[in-house]
Design a protein around this ligand. Sequence first.
Ligand code: ADP
Length: 470
Amino acid sequence: MSINRIGLKLGAAVIVLMIVILVSSGFAVNRLFTNFYDAQMRDNTQGIADHFTTMAESGDPSVQTMIRNFAEFSDVKVFWLNADGQILTLSGAKLTNPSFVRVRDTQRLLSGHPVEFMSSDASGNRFYVVGKPIKAGSSTRSALYIVSSMKKIDNSLLRLRNLLMLSGLGAFLLALGMILIMSKLLSRPLLQMQKMTEKMANGNWDARLRVGSRDEIGMLGHSINDLAASLQRYRDTRRAFFSNISHELRTPVTYLQGYAKVLADGLVESDKEEKQYISIIYQESVRLEHLINDLFDLSKMEEGQIKLTLEWLDLKEIIKTAVRKVKLKAEKKRLSLQMDLHDRVPDIRGDRRRMEQVLLNLLENAIRYTEKGSVLVRLVRHEEATVLSVSDTGIGISKEELPYIFERFYRVEKSRARKYGGTGLGLSIVKKYVEMQGGTVQVDSEPGTGTTFTLIFPQEKKLGKDRINP
Ligand code: ADP
């Protein structure tokens, strides 16, 4: 398993954080309980010591027996310190070398000062010791030592520490398990994506990811699938284009050769026939020119070499020129070609030749894909934009195809393209040119009813005031 795996990095960070939190909270809980128990033990022992001292100072002859009984009952050990500095049990036996007695305490006690401290024996058992002087009148002759064993408390604390360690270990193992699962869940789709993108890099764009989640990773998966789909579409349309283009190029060339040879060999029978052949040669050469122009523009676009010559354009004038050029085509198909050009539309900044080409592409498409009815070019001024639209009453484009028509080489159904001609480049050139001139293109279409392409150019201020054409 590589250490570079994202899940492991994340897991390591979480584990370090977990250890820090567990250890520090373990210490805090341990300290809290230790302090609490110690304070309680201190209070208890001090209370008992005060009680015994009061009893001893009362001078009652039966005090020794009473203290002994009480001591047994309260779980502490009581010793006398006599004026000679000897330590005696309550029954009067002398203790030799008791571990809890320190010389300086004896002196302090016999001079009338209480002492308290924590002590431990050779085997490490802890005791809490309170020493209280017993006053007789104004002098101190003896003292009491009350020794409380900390064994119970230490045992409780030991159990608590074990419990803390166990629960810490449990939490740690649980977190470790969760991290392993999470890292698997997290890295599996990422690894799949990596494999998929590797495949895509090797030209396999048919593979798709199975996306289950709706989180960021799921969204990334969807985006990669979309990317693969559009690359695949690009490849397919490109392939189709190259097979089409060779056909498209060959067909006019075959016509040109055939009819030119007939004319050259003098095989025509009448003037009418000759004119007809010359007309076909002319039409085919025009078609070839279109194709070559589109290809030329495309290759320049691919190389990012197209430079615009920007100037202030009167769109009305450009529309009229373009409409004049396609008028004959529209008349041939008996389509009515109309213009609705509003007054006071400001000039826009653009490239005259490209703008005319945009219009010609849209108009030619409108005429090409319309069998009866009309084609309308409209120019209006909106609040913040100049809007130019080309509408037709033609065959329309289905909703499913609409998002793709601006892609290079894309043609709606091949059979349709064969019938109408065209290269599948016109609209991608339109879009590119309009965007280069600061505009946007929209399309609305209803199959069987017609299509409208709308170009929107935001208004640009021309040093001070708009240049407006009446
Ligand atoms: P083409 O040279 O094939 O017309 P375009 O890029 O100009 O290529 O158009 C792409 C496709 O969009 C065309 O193949 C055609 O099917 C469709 N299309 C474009 N304009 C229209 C329109 N006005 N009406 C219906 N379909 C259209």
